[in-house]
Design a protein. Sequence first.
Length: 252
Amino acid sequence: MATSTLQKVLPPDEPASSPRLTFVEHLDELRRRLLIGLAAVVVTSSLTLWKAGWLVGWLKRPAGDRLARLAFFGPTDALAAYVQVGVLAGVVLASPILFYQAWAFVRPALTWRQRASALAVAGWGSALFVAGAALAYWMGLPWLLRFLLGVGSPYLEPVLSVNRYLSFVLGVLVTCGLVCELPLVILLLTRAGIVSPELLRRTRPLAWLILVIAAAVITPTTDAVTMILATIPLVALYELSIAVSRLSRISH
């Protein structure tokens, strides 16, 4: 009796709270959320800009002793690099506030089940992205930079622009973070009925071939050992995606 009463009060397929707002009121609410998010980014960026030099040094650590110092070749290059790193770190630091503002704006239109699913996707997506970026910083970048900066040694000495170095490092971190989202993407596609564990298993040979080709393209060397080492994490992510898809099918 209590369960049926609760279902009548809070039906799972109905929005948990759906205030009737006009179009103008929705725009005003959106503007207010954007202003709060912008204010949060301004505050956090002002703090991270104060530590921009330390952040640049932290991003330089994967290069090790092969890169003594970063150089800049224009009067504004150093300032641009500091602003780039400081603002990006400020956005990362303010991301919980930004997420909450976005969540507070769309939450009234979602059902209880959709709310739970959205929170789970956001949580797992953030965790997988951070894990991928962390693996790239602590394991991938040191190996990659050691090779790239060692080309031509001892005849050539690396002198890197701070802007080009930061663009390369940040690009690798973001790419690895996005690649680690593959299991979550497969999970969502399975729930949507677009892919299935059977389809993923049938296409495994083709997928492995594509992953080997991708590893050969992104690795800087031509030896087989390096290509295999780059392929193993990609194949592991694909196999993990199959397992996630199977579990999703069982639990759905």
